[in-house]
Write a protein that binds this ligand. Sequence first.
Ligand code: FAD
Length: 500
Amino acid sequence: MGDTRLKKVLIVGGGTAGWMSAAVLVHSLGRQYEVQLIESDEISTVGVGEATIPSIIRFNDLIGIDENEFMRRTQATFKLGIQFRNWGAQGDAYIHGFGSMGRKTGLVDFHHYWLKAFQAGRVDRLDDYSINLLACETNRFSRADPSNPNSPLADIRHAFHFDAGLYARYLRGYCEQRGVTRTEGRIDSVQVHPETGFVTSVTMANGDVHAADLFIDCSGFRGLLIEQTLRTGYDDWSHWLPCDSALAVPCESVEPLLPYTRATAHGAGWQWRIPLQHRIGNGHVFCSRFMSQDEATAILLGNLDGKALAEPRLIRFTTGKRKKFWHKNVVAIGLASGFIEPLESTSIHLIQQGIVRLVELFPSQGFLQADIDEYNQQSTTEFEQVRDFIVLHYHATQRRDTPFWEYCATMDVPDTLRRKIDLFRANGRFFRQNDELFNETSWVQVMFGQGIRPQGYHPLADNTADEPTWRMLDNVRTVMHRVVERMPTHAQYIAQHCKA
Ligand code: FAD
C-alpha cells in the first residue's frame, strides 16, 4: 500500500479566516506538512469583522501572540461586552457583559437570589453585580488579576475590537515567518478527480497549477471549492434571521473611548459601533424586504458619532450554513462555511473553532468518513446554538412599531430556543447544553434585558432567609463598585500598555 499520509494543505483565501487558519496550522502541524495560501488582490476581503469575544484570547495563546504587541499592531481596543439599545423596547438599553455575575453561592446560580430580591422589590438593576457591566458604564478597564481570586477583578473578562485589515496583515507576517507560502493571484478553475470527486488542484489565471492533499476553503461568501465546485448545499435560515444586507462605514473617533460594542436597533435591523484606537467602525445590518438601501444609508449616516471617512459599502448575505462544513477533501472555514450576522460578534470565534477542530480531527492515513462526520456534527451543533442566541434578540421584544419587528416578534422560532425561553420564563432557569458558547450569565442578561420576566426563581434560594440575602446582595454591589472606581479609564489603560 502506498503512503497515503497528507503532505500538503492549500488554503484558498487570505481574509481573516485564511490567515487565522494558516497560523494555527503552521503552529500546530510543524514542518512535516507544507502549508500554502492563495489570495487575490483583485478579489478584496470582506474587510469587516472587527469585534470579538473572549475566546480570541485562547487563539492568541495557542499561537503564542503577545497581547500588547497585537493591540499595537491592529489599533485594537478592549471590549467588555455589547450594549443593546432599542431592542426589548424603543428607549431601552442593556449591556450583555462577558464574565460572571455576583458570586458563586453553592448549587444555586447567583441570579436566582437576585431574582428573589427583584420580585420582592429590593433591587432593580442586574448591572450592579457584574464587574464587566459596571466598568462599561463608567468607561473603565483593567485586565483580570488572578493573583487575588477573591477580588471581583479576578472575574473581569475581555475581548478586543481591532482593525480587520491590520489583523490579516499581522497574521500574514506571523505565518510567512514560520514557513507558510503565499501565492498572489486569481484562481480560475478547480480540478476534481473524475472517480473520487476529490479536489486535486487549482489553476490560476496565469496558468500555474497548485495541487494539494487537503484544501481549506476560505474564499468568503462565494465558497469557491465547497459550493461552486463540490455543490455541497446550504441551509438557509433567513426565515428566522431575515436581515440580508449590511452597509459599512468608518468614521472619526470621538471621546470617550468606550470599552464595548454598541448595537442600536432601527426600524428593520440594527447599527453597530465598534471603537478602535484610530477610528470607529460602523455598519447598518438591515432587511431589504422591509427597508430600501437609500433609507438604510440615511439612517446609518444620520447616526454616526464622528465624520464619515468613506462612502458606505454594501454587503449582501444569506444567513445560514453549508449542509456539510467538510466534504471530500475540502473543509470550509469562515464566510465560506456559513454566516450568522455579527450581533454577538461570533464569526471570528467560529473560524477559530473550525480550524482547531480540524487539527483535532486531522486525517492520518487518507480521509476517514468517521472523522468527517464528527467534524460536521460538532460544527452544526455549534452554528445552531449561536443561531438560537441571535434569534432570541429579535424575537424577545415588545416592539411592534414596524412590520419588521411585528414579523420578528410573532415568527416561529427553533424548538431548541423555544424550550430555553419557556424554562427561563417559568422559574429563571437555564441549562447550558453540550459546552455551548454562551453560558447562563449571557442568556440571563439577554433574556432579562429583552424584557422576559420569570414568574419565580429557584426554591433553594429561599434556604437563605430574606435579610441575609439582601445583605449579601448589598455587599456584592458595594465591593463591585469600589473595585471599579479604582480602575483607570479605558483610554488611560491603552495609553499605558498598548501604545508604541
Ligand atoms: P473574506 O474576507 O471575504 O476573504 C476571502 C478571500 O478569498 C480573499 O482573500 C479573496 O482574495 C480570496 N478569494 C476569493 N475568491 C478567490 C479566487 N478565485 N482566487 C483567489 N483568491 C480568492 N465577525 C466577527 O467575529 N465580528 C464582527 O464584528 C463581524 N462583523 C461582520 C459584519 C458584516 C457585515 C459581515 C458580512 C461579517 C462580519 N463578521 C464579523 C464576519 C467576519 O467579517 C468574517 O468571518 C471574517 O472576515 C472572515 O472572512 P473570510 O476570510 O471568510 O472571507
